[in-house]
Ligand binder design. Structure first.
Ligand SMILES: [Zn+2]
Length: 182
């Protein structure tokens, strides 16, 4: 068991091309890149053309739901911890790829849960960590969509529960999807 810590809320660097995205987070709206021409959703959202058809693209509000595609638990304290100096006292915390309901996968944190209770395939929902300041942009993070105690317990290797081996090297699942899903 690991005790979940409160994650820091560093103010994001807001550039011209990401201003609309961050402005929406201050209203707790979660926007994802979307192409109207071919209905392709994409992440990161800060591009003006579609990665599939090259057409004009913009931002569209997403459901804010998804499932954990892959994750790792960061346990190393100090400046070398992922996320930098601001996160050095936050360990252990979860860094995860969340596959959004619309299709894209994004790198984010999983909060509100014991890191050791996180599993691949866990349904999650976005929440916003306010950063303060005049614009008060918020960091989109994810927490389990329902309390873990409400979830049915399945034996390993059955249903959607990932095999133990998936968890040993979860960070590689992103680039070795075929092997991970075997
Ligand atoms: Zn397109």
């Amino acid at each position: 068991m690991s005790t979940p810590h409160e994650l820091p809320t560093p103010t994001p660097l807001i550039a011209h091309h990401s201003a609309d995205f961050w402005a929406a987070t201050s209203e707790e709206r979660f926007l994802v890149g979307h192409c109207h021409a071919c209905d392709q959703w994409f992440w990161p959202p800060n591009r003006s053309f579609c990665p599939r058809c090259g057409g004009a693209a913009g931002l569209r509000e997403a459901a804010g739901t998804g499932t954990i595609y892959s994750y790792t638990i960061v346990r190393v304290s100090g400046a070398i911890a992922l996320g930098g100096e601001a996160y050095k006292d936050a360990v252990p915390y979860v860094l995860a790829y969340v596959e959004l309901a619309e299709g894209p996968t994004m790198l984010t944190n999983i909060v509100g849960v014991d890191p050791d209770g996180v599993t691949i395939g866990l349904p999650v929902r976005v929440e916003f960590s306010r950063t303060g300041g005049p614009q008060d942009p918020a960091l989109p993070r994810f927490r389990p969509a329902s309390p873990l105690s409400d979830r049915p317990v399945e034996p390993p290797g059955h249903g959607t529960t990932p095999a133990v081996g998936h968890r040993v090297t979860p960070i590689f699942c992103k680039v070795r999807r075929r092997a991970c899903s075997a």
